[in-house]
Each structure stands twice: as structure tokens, then as C-alpha cells.
Design a protein around this ligand. Sequence first.
Ligand SMILES: Cc1cc2nc3c(=O)[nH]c(=O)nc-3n(C[C@H](O)[C@H](O)[C@H](O)COP(=O)(O)O)c2cc1C
Length: 326
Amino acid sequence: MRTPVESGDPRIEPAGFRRSLGEFATGVTVITTSLGGISYGMTSNSFASVSLEPPLVLWSIRRESTSYAAFESCSHFAVHILADNQIDLSQRFARSGADKFSGLDCQAGLGEAPLLDHVAARFECSRSQAYDGGDHLILLGEVQRYCRYDRPPLLFAKGRYAVAADHPETRVFDIAGIVPGQDGGEERVLSNLMIRAYSTVAARLETGRKSAGLGLTLMQARLLRAAATSPDKTLEDLLPELLLDFNASQNLLSSMIALGLVAVDGEARMRLTGAGEESLKAIIAHARANEELLFQGIPEDDLATVRRVLAGIVSSQTGGPARATA
Ligand SMILES: Cc1cc2nc3c(=O)[nH]c(=O)nc-3n(C[C@H](O)[C@H](O)[C@H](O)COP(=O)(O)O)c2cc1C
């Protein structure tokens, strides 16, 4: 058996325990309710299906959440399975307390639970049993109404957001990616080719990064870059850029402080240490070298075209400026 990256007693090593739980990929939901005319909602990935007959689902709520009392005593709640373009909504409902519904156009569902739009699926539930779950309360809901839209779901794994893609080894993916060409031959659908190219490049970069002994995970490298490009920001300031939940980002920052790469001042502002700057330089140098190797033999003109096309696609999706720089 291979030596695990980490192991131990969860009571002594809660951070490692949490990271190990994060290996289980989930969807992301926002669960809403209404009590006394006030709307409540929170992001949750503890949602799971339980039974078809009767139709039951469950999720667990941390007892310290500000909306705990509302969910503990509500008559109904609505579970929204988020679509992959709803990270903003997930982040909005993952913040404690604040007026999470301001500016949102919600219909009232069963028990007045607010219903959110543009989700992948929704389950309106009457609140059934509640069970003790340590520092969480496990809530069972009996589904009274469901609806599903044909949208790709948002995923959460390893403490960060992800999207669902067909596994490259599935044959259906290959067949769907090939269409008859005008000359009678076969052509590959461009978007499928791009996804395959992305998987290949990402896997190569990851392998290269590991074998170069840079010793940092992808998220650690990302925090390093974010702290370097936006110095004197707090972890909370950088959350939208890191796209991590607060707990995962705190673990990440602790690991960087322990490695001596990031320092935090009395007002929680982060800065790279000398070692952090050196490490970032090594990562950038490595990425450049790896890229040269990866695209070896492809004429510079072709690469320039690829850069221009990809930057155009990205900017047409984000509305941001097209940056076709190397
Ligand atoms: C992806 C993701 C999943 C989460 N899952 C849960 C969960 O299942 N249960 C829970 O109590 N908190 C969960 N949280 C944290 C809550 O959303 C967060 O604590 C929120 O601020 C609670 O809001 P409240 O304090 O206003 O009630 C999750 C956060 C994220 C980003």
C-alpha cells in the first residue's frame, strides 16, 4: 500500500480530517426557508437523497449558523441544486448573517420558502424528522414538489468549485466528438477537442509541477499568486478570486504560514515572505519551461492564432478584455 499523504485521529488533526472529507465530490445547494415573514438561506453540500418511497432527502446544518433556529423550527424548506454558472449565488449564501436575498427576485414556494431561479433542480420539502449530528443537526425533508432544468450542475471537491465533464475514457464522449466532414471524412467537434486539449494540458502541468518538486498544491500556488498580485489584502478580500469556502481558505493560509511562504500582520493582511517570493518565481519559471516543452514543434504563428482564439472565447463569456498575451 502507498503511504497516505496524511492520516491520523480526526480529534487531533481536524484540518487533515476535513481535507480527507473534501476528497468526496458533491454538488452545491442553496437551501431556503421562511419563518415569521423573514427569509433564510444557506449554501450546503451535505445534501443527499435518502428514499424514493416516501420521497426523502437530508442535509445537515451547523448548530452555530445564524439561520439554525429558523431551519430547526420551520415547516418547509426548498433545496436548490445550483447550476455551474451560479458560484456567485453559492458565495452569497455561504456568508453568515448578511441580507442574502437583497436584489434577488424570488417567488414564494411551499411554506413561503423563497424559490431561486436558474438552478439545475429544486426540491420543495416539508420538514420531516431532525436528528442529532454532533455539532450539526441532520434535517430530513419529504419532497412535495420537484423540478429539473437541463443545466450542468456546479460541483464542489477538494474544498473548491468544479464542473462536471465527461471522463476522457468514456467512449460516448469520443463518438459525440466526431461528426462527418464535408469531404466525407470525419471531423472532430471543436469544443470537444478543446476540452480534451484542456485535460491533456492540465494533467501535464500537474505532473510536471509534482515532478519538479515545487512542493506546493495547485491551491497553494494560487494563493501565492493572489497574495503577490494584490499585496496587503486579507484572506476574506481574496475569497472571490480563490473561489474557496472560508474554512478551506483558512486551512490553505495556515499551511502557507507554516511553510514560511506567507506572513500575516496584526490586521490580517497577507504578504509574501522572501521564501514566498522565491517559490513564486520558481513556479512561474517552471510553468514557462513546461509550456515550451508542451508546445514544442508547433509553429509560433499557429500558437499565436490559438492564443487569440482562446482569449476571444474567454472574453466573450466573461465580458472582460481579451488578453492574448503570452
Ligand atoms: C460549498 C459549501 C458547502 C457548505 N455546506 C454546508 C452544510 O452542509 N451545512 C452547513 O451548516 N454549512 C455549510 N456551509 C457553510 C454555510 O453556507 C455558511 O456557514 C453560511 O454562512 C451559514 O449562513 P448563516 O450563518 O447565515 O446561517 C457550506 C459552505 C459552502 C461554500
